[in-house]
Design a protein around this ligand. Structure first.
Ligand code: PLP
Length: 363
C-alpha cells in the first residue's frame, strides 16, 4: 500500500493522533513558519518555544475551563512517575493516603505510594476481576487523609467512573491517562490531575499535570529537584529541557479539540462511537462485554468471543482487514478496541461491520 495510506489503529497507547495534527506537524517539521528551524532544533528558552508552551497551556485552560488557582505543568517520566511523585509531594508526614483500587494501573499506583508512606485501600473491585467501579457507599475513606487517589478510566479493564466520588475535604487526585479531555472535566473538584499524553493527548514523553496551587506548599525542598511539583511550577515546566516536540504536538491536539467545538462536542462524538460498538457487542450474545454495563468505558471497549480459538482468529483476520491493535491486554484476554478522541467514527463503523461478518461466518 502507499506509505501515506492509514489503517484503523485501535492501539491502547501510544495511540492514534488526529490526522490534521500529523499533517500540520509534517508541513512544519523542517521549518516552523517564520523561524527557519524545526521545533526540535530550537532552544527551549527561545521566545518561539516559550510562546508555543504558553499557548498550549492557555488552550488547555480554555478547553477545560481550568480555574485560575490551578497550575498546568508538562512533565516527563510518564504517568508511572506520577505514581511516585504524587505521594512524595502530597503525602504529608503523619498522614495516610486513600487509594481506590479499580484496575491494574491503580494497583501499580498503590504499590509505588506504599514505598513512600502509609496507604489505605478505600475500596477495591479486585475480587470482581475489576469489572466495575465501586459505588459511593462502598468507599471506606479515612478522615484527614492527605488525598484520595482514583483512576478515572481503567485502560486495561475497560471501565470508567461515570460520576466522581464524594471524598469530603481530602484533595481528589486522579490518573486520567486514558480519558483526559474525552469530555468535560470539572477541574475544580480535583486537587491534582495527571495524564501520560500518549493515549488521548499527544505522543509519549509528556505528562500533563494540573495541580491546585495551594498543594504546591506540600512539596518540601529535600525532594529531588526533578520530582518537586513546586520547582516545576515556579519554572513554568522549564526547570530543565522538557520534551519540546511532544509539547508541540500536544498543543496542536488541544487546538484541534477546540476547533471541533471543545469538550462537549468531543464527548458527543465519543458517546456515539462507543454506543455503536457496545450495541454490536450486546446484539446477539456471540460477543460478550467484559465490563459491567454501568461501568463501561467510552475509551477502551473490551470484549470476548465464545472461545480463545475464535479470539485468535478474530485478531488475525481483523489485522489483515486493516483493523490494527485489537488484541486485548493479557490480564483480561479477548479484544480491546481503544477508540480515543482521535479515532475516526468510520473506523468504528468498519469494526462493527467486520464483527457482523465474523459472527455470520463463525457464530
Ligand atoms: C498507560 C497508563 C499508565 C502508564 O502510563 P506511562 O505514561 O506509560 O507511564 C498509567 N495509568 C493509566 C490509566 C494508563 O492508561
Amino acid at each position: 500500500m502507499p506509505t501515506t495510506t492509514r489503517i484503523y489503529n485501535f492501539s491502547a497507547g501510544p495511540a492514534v493522533l488526529p490526522l490534521p495534527v500529523l499533517e500540520e506537524a509534517q508541513r512544519h517539521l523542517v521549518s516552523l513558519p517564520g523561524v527557519g528551524m524545526s521545533v526540535m532544533e530550537i532552544s527551549h528558552r527561545s521566545k518561539t518555544f516559550e510562546d508555543l508552551l504558553n499557548t498550549a497551556i492557555e488552550d488547555i485552560r480554555a478547553l477545560a475551563d481550568v480555574p485560575a488557582n490551578y497550575r498546568i505543568l508538562m512533565l516527563q517520566g510518564g504517568a508511572t512517575l506520577q505514581f511516585s511523585m504524587v505521594p512524595m509531594n502530597l503525602l504529608t508526614p503523619g498522614a495516610s493516603a486513600d487509594y481506590i483500587d479499580t484496575g491494574s494501573w491503580a494497583d501499580k499506583a498503590i504499590k509505588e505510594a506504599k514505598k513512600v508512606g502509609p496507604v489505605n485501600i478505600a475500596a477495591t473491585t479486585k475480587t470482581d476481576g475489576y469489572t466495575r467501579i465501586p459505588r459511593q457507599e462502598e468507599l471506606r475513606l479515612t478522615p484527614g487523609a492527605a488525598y484520595v487517589h482514583i483512576t478515572t478510566n481503567n485502560t486495561i479493564e475497560g471501565t470508567e467512573w461515570k460520576t466522581l466520588p464524594e471524598v469530603g475535604e481530602a484533595p481528589l487526585v486522579a490518573d486520567t491517562s486514558s480519558d483526559m479531555f474525552s469530555g468535560p472535566i470539572d477541574v475544580g473538584r480535583f486537587g491534582l490531575i495527571y495524564a501520560g499524553a500518549q493515549k488521548n493527548l499527544g505522543p509519549s514523553g509528556v505528562t500533563l499535570v494540573i495541580i491546585r496551587e495551594d498543594l504546591l506548599a506540600r512539596s518540601v525542598d529535600s525532594l529531588p529537584v526533578m520530582l518537586n511539583y513546586r520547582v516545576h511550577a515556579e519554572n513554568n515546566s522549564l526547570y530543565n529541557t522538557p520534551n519540546t516536540f511532544g509539547i508541540y504536538i500536544l498543543g496542536l491536539t488541544v487546538k484541534w479539540l477546540r476547533s471541533l467545538g471543545g469538550l462537549p462536542a468531543i464527548a458527543r462524538i465519543n458517546q456515539r462511537k462507543a454506543a455503536k460498538l457496545y450495541a454490536e457487542i450486546d446484539r446477539t450474545g456471540f460477543y460478550r462485554g467484559t465490563a459491567q454495563k454501568e461501568s463501561r468505558s467510552l475509551m477502551n471497549v473490551t470484549f470476548r468471543l465464545p472461545s480463545e480459538e475464535l479470539e485468535k482468529l478474530f485478531v488475525k483476520e481483523s489485522t489483515a482487514a486493516g483493523l490494527d491493535g485489537l488484541k486485548g491486554h493479557r490480564a483480561v484476554g479477548g479484544m480491546r478496541a481503544s477508540i480515543y478522541n482521535a479515532f475516526p467514527e468510520d473506523g468504528v463503523d468498519a469494526l462493527v461491520e467486520f464483527m457482523r461478518e465474523f459472527e455470520r461466518r463463525h457464530g
